[in-house]
Structure formats: C-alpha cells, structure tokens
Design a protein around this ligand. Structure first.
Ligand code: 13P
Length: 332
C-alpha cells in the first residue's frame, strides 16, 4: 500500500477550487513512457502550471503499474530538480471497475475516474458511489471523477460508436448521491483524432474539415444546476493540422482527421470546466517527429536521435496549451 503523499503527489481538490474561481483549466495529459512524462514536466515547470498526469488502464498494462508509480515519483523529483515544485496529480483515466480504482488508489494514485457512463443511470450511481466511499475514506483523501453522458470516439480500451449529451436534469441527483469530486460531461467533444464524420462537418476554402460547435448551452444549464462544481472535458485534442500533414508527408495516412478548435477550449476553460483531457495531440506530435527524423535520416538507428526531437516537440505543444488554451500557465 502506497499513499500518493509518499510520492509527493497531490489530489485535485484544492487545484479544482482554484481553477474554477480563477477561470482556467488544468491540463490532464496522458502518458505511458519516459519521454512523454519528461516533456510534460518540462513544459509545466517552465510555464509554472499545475498538471494532472493521466494513465489509462491500457497505459497501465503497457508500462507496468510499478514503473508508472515510480515515474510519478520521478516526475515530482524531476520538477524539483528543474527548479520549481509544481503540484502534480496522478490520475486514473476511465477506470471501468471498482477493483481497478481500488488497485490504483492502493498503489499511489491521488485521483481516479470511475467511468460508469455506459451503464444505466442507477448502476452508474451505485458504482460511482462505491468508488467514492472507498477513495474518500483513505488516510489521504483520494479524489474521484464520475461521468454522465457518453462521448463518441475511440481511446485505448474505451470506444463508443454513438454519443449522447449529458442531461442537465440528472446532475444534481448524481453529484448528491455519489459525492463525486468532479464530473465529466458530454457536450460534443469526442475521443481520438477523427472526432467527427465528414458529413457532420463543413469545410473551409482549403478543404479542411470544420467541426460542429460544442454545446455550450448544455454546459451553461449544468453550471446553473451545480454552480462552481468542477466539470471535466474529455476528448479535447485539437488535432493540429500541421502534425496530420507532417505524418502524411512522411508516409502516414490519417484520413478525415478533425479535432476541437482551440478557441472553443479557451472558452470552456474560462467556465466551471477545470480539467481538460488531451491525449491524441501528444500522439500526433510524437508520431510526426519520429516519422520525419526516420525518413530524413535513413541511417539513424539510435532511438535517442528520433525520440529526442519528438520529446522537444511535445514540450512545445504542452507549453502552448498551458499558455494559450487552458490558461493554467502561472497558476502553480
Ligand atoms: P483526445 O483523444 O481528444 O486527446 O482525448 C483524450 C481523453 O479524453 C482522455 O481521457
């Protein structure tokens, strides 16, 4: 049994309170390898941003739970070594069972998501409540994110063909019964790099897909029902077209890629949305740079020579998000 405090981590409680009142969102960046973790910490230290390091169950299987735990400890020490102790959360993304959440809590996670959004409403309430009771009764309080509404898209083990928006009429009851610390909602974001079908989009003069706007009306209704309660947006990668083009230029094929425009995320971050999840953009940046280097330098076979440039690009991407999209820069 390891408590997150032993690793130097914090839960999301105070961070969310500050983010909601300060009108910004915390970055929740997914990671599963060393280069991703290093770039996230470098970017967040340089921009003085708090950060949520996020691990899906797929990432946990890929990287091994002990290694991830020690990477989180390493992240805290790395930030210190870089000269600025930013608050770092280790969060389970899309926990799908009580057992997985419990296991993560007992191995040093400071925050977990229990995603019962695919269940019936009553089953979702019961499962989320069970996880909250366990997480909140720990010596060091672990925060819990629940979800209402279903996002479309594919992400690791989580996939859904169809989405449905969060129903504002359910949120008071859900939050009251479960005692969750934050709520992920569905207002039109979606997992993955192809968030909408082309027929759901329009195109600009260059043929680039323009997605349908987020349902800010639903967000506003939810905020009226539970004022100041921390709201989470999943599926919030912007899918930068430069990375898509770079990947395709160097041999990849990513047909019909489309993400959430930055100005919409900027607007969301100023509301009660206090955590914005970003995974696909990091994958795109890393893949783009790895492809570029390997194609331009066919005789290169030292992984540091292609992972290094990918890491530098990731750091640029995360710094940009903290400074220009989420508003979390300077808040640590
Ligand atoms: P993206 O696929 O848009 O990066 O979303 C990631 C996410 O929501 C992780 O839970």
């Amino acid at each position: 049994m390891t408590s997150y405090k032993e690793l130097g981590l914090v839960n999301t409680k105070e961070l969310f309170k500050k983010a909601v009142s300060g009108g910004y969102a915390l970055p929740a960046y997914n990671f599963n390898n060393m280069e991703q973790m290093q770039s996230i910490i470098q970017a967040c230290v340089e921009t003085k941003s708090p950060v949520i390091l996020q691990v899906s169950s797929g990432a946990r299987k890929y990287a091994n739970q002990n290694i991830l735990k020690n990477m989180a400890r390493g992240a805290v020490e790395y930030a210190h070594e870089l000269g600025y102790d930013i608050p770092i959360v280790l969060h389970l993304d899309h926990g799908d069972s009580f057992e997985l959440c419990k296991d993560c809590i007992e191995t040093g996670f400071s925050s977990v998501m229990i995603d019962g959004s695919h269940l019936s409403y009553d089953e979702n309430v019961a499962l989320t409540k069970k996880v909250c009771e366990f997480a909140h009764s720990q010596k060091d309080y672990v925060t819990v994110e629940g979800e209402l509404g279903v996002l479309a898209g594919v992400e690791d083990d989580v996939s859904s063909e169809h989405s449905h928006y969060t129903q504002p009429s359910e949120v008071i009851d859900f939050v009251g019964k479960t005692k969750v610390d934050s709520l992920a909602i569905s207002i039109g974001t979606s997992h993955g790099r192809a968030k909408f079908k082309p027929e759901q989009c329009t195109r600009d003069a260059n043929g680039i897909l323009i997605p349908p706007p987020l349902r800010f009306d639903i967000l506003e209704e939810i905020e009226k029902k539970i004022p100041g309660f921390p709201i989470v947006l999943h599926g919030s990668s912007s899918v930068p077209i430069e990375y898509v083009h770079m990947i395709e230029k160097y041999g990849g094929k990513l047909t019909d890629s489309v993400g959430i425009p930055e100005e919409q995320l900027r607007k969301a971050a100023k509301s009660a949305v206090c955590k914005i999840n970003i995974d696909s953009d990091g994958r795109l940046a890393m893949t783009a740079l790895v492809r570029k280097v390997l194609v331009e330098k066919p005789d290169e076979f030292d992984p540091r020579k292609w992972l290094g440039p990918a890491r530098d690009e990731l750091k640029k991407l995360y710094s940009h998000k903290n400074q220009n999209v989420l508003g979390s820069a300077g808040q640590a």
